[in-house]
Design a protein around this ligand. Structure first.
Ligand SMILES: Nc1ncnc2c1ncn2[C@@H]1O[C@H](COP(=O)(O)OP(=O)(O)OP(=O)(O)O)[C@@H](O)[C@H]1O
Length: 257
C-alpha cells in the first residue's frame, strides 16, 4: 500500500501541491489528471521518492518512503518520466537490462533469468526487432516503448508512468493498456498521468484529479469526472456517452469548448 498523508510540496515560494492525502492499494489502475502545470509530474516524483515532501509523509508498506535506500525503493517502485531525454549511446537491449540493476550486486553480470525477463519485456512492448539499435537513434514512440520495457523488467509492485502513451500510435497505445490491465490482475499497481480523459475513463479503476487549489480528488471515474468539474477544471463542456462493453458500462466523453 502506498499512502500519502497531508503531503505538500513547495518550490521556492510557490505551492505546487497542498495537503494531499491518498491511499493507493495494490492491484489498481489509477489515472492522474489535471491541466498543464497542475502538478502531476511532481506528484509522481514524490511517490517515487525522487522528491521529498515539504510537509507530510509518504509511506510504502507502512514504512516511511524516505527510510528506503534508493536500491530498495527501486525494487518496489519504478518511475517512467515523460519525454526522458537520452543522449547516451546504449543499445535497446542494454537500456532495458538497466531495469534489472536494483537486483544486482556490484560488478554482477546479467543472469540467464535477467535475459529471459528482458526478452519478454521486449516482446510485450513490440521492441524485439529494435534490440540491437542504439536508443538515441529511435523515434520518440519507439524510445518510449523501450523505456516502458525497462520499467517492466524492474518487477516493481508500483509503476508510476508519466504520460506513458503520449508518443504512441493508437495500436501501441491500446496494446500497452491491455498489458497494463494484465499487470493489474497480477496485483501490480499502475498510476499513469494522461491528458486523454477518455483513456483514463476507459482503463482506470480510480481517478486522481488535481484541482486549481493544488489538492487532489480521488474516486471512481463517475464520481470524479462530473460535467461540472470538467467545466470548472478543464474549461470544457464534457458530454458523457455510455456504451456497454462485455457487460460493463463504459463512460466516454465528447468534448467541446
Ligand atoms: N524544475 C522546476 N523548477 C521550478 N518549477 C517547476 C519545475 N518543474 C515544474 N515546475 C512547476 O511546477 C508546477 C507543476 O509542474 P508539473 O510538471 O508537476 O505539472 P504537470 O501537471 O505534470 O504538467 P504538464 O501536464 O504540463 O506535464 C508547474 O507550475 C511548473 O511550472
Amino acid at each position: 500500500m502506498l499512502q500519502l498523508k497531508k503531503v505538500s510540496y513547495h518550490w521556492q515560494q510557490q505551492i505546487l501541491l497542498q495537503d494531499i492525502s491518498l491511499t493507493i492499494e495494490k492491484g489498481k489502475m489509477i489515472a492522474l489528471l489535471g491541466v498543464n502545470g497542475a502538478g502531476k509530474t511532481t506528484l509522481l516524483r514524490l511517490c517515487a521518492g525522487l522528491l521529498v515532501p515539504t510537509r507530510g509523509e509518504i509511506y510504502l508498506k507502512q514504512q516511511l518512503l524516505t527510510q528506503f535506500t534508493p536500491k530498495q525503493r527501486a525494487q518496489f517502485i519504478t518511475y517512467l518520466p515523460h519525454n526522458h531525454p537520452i543522449s547516451f549511446r546504449f543499445s535497446v537491449e542494454e537500456v532495458v537490462m538497466m531495469g534489472r540493476h536494483p537486483y544486482w550486486s556490484r560488478f554482477q553480470m546479467p543472469t540467464v533469468q535477467d535475459r529471459v525477463t528482458v526478452d519478454k519485456a521486449l516482446q510485450w512492448t513490440d521492441c524485439a526487432h529494435l534490440r540491437c539499435r542504439f536508443i538515441d537513434q529511435l523515434s520518440s514512440g519507439e524510445r518510449q516503448r523501450v523505456l516502458i520495457a525497462r520499467a517492466l523488467v524492474t518487477g516493481a509492485d508500483y509503476l508510476l508512468l508519466d504520460e506513458p502513451t503520449a508518443n504512441l500510435d493508437i495500436a501501441h497505445t491500446l496494446a500497452i493498456f491491455k498489458l497494463a490491465q494484465q499487470l493489474v490482475q497480477q496485483e501490480k499497481t499502475i498510476i499513469f498521468s494522461t491528458h486523454d480523459i477518455n483513456i483514463a475513463a476507459r482503463y482506470a479503476d480510480k481517478v486522481i484529479l488535481l484541482t486549481d487549489q493544488k489538492c487532489a480528488i480521488i474516486g471512481s471515474v463517475e464520481e470524479v469526472l462530473t460535467t461540472d468539474r470538467m467545466q470548472q477544471i478543464f474549461g470544457v463542456n464534457a458530454t458523457p456517452i455510455f456504451t456497454e462493453k462485455k457487460d460493463k458500462k463504459l463512460m466516454q466523453f465528447s468534448f467541446s469548448i
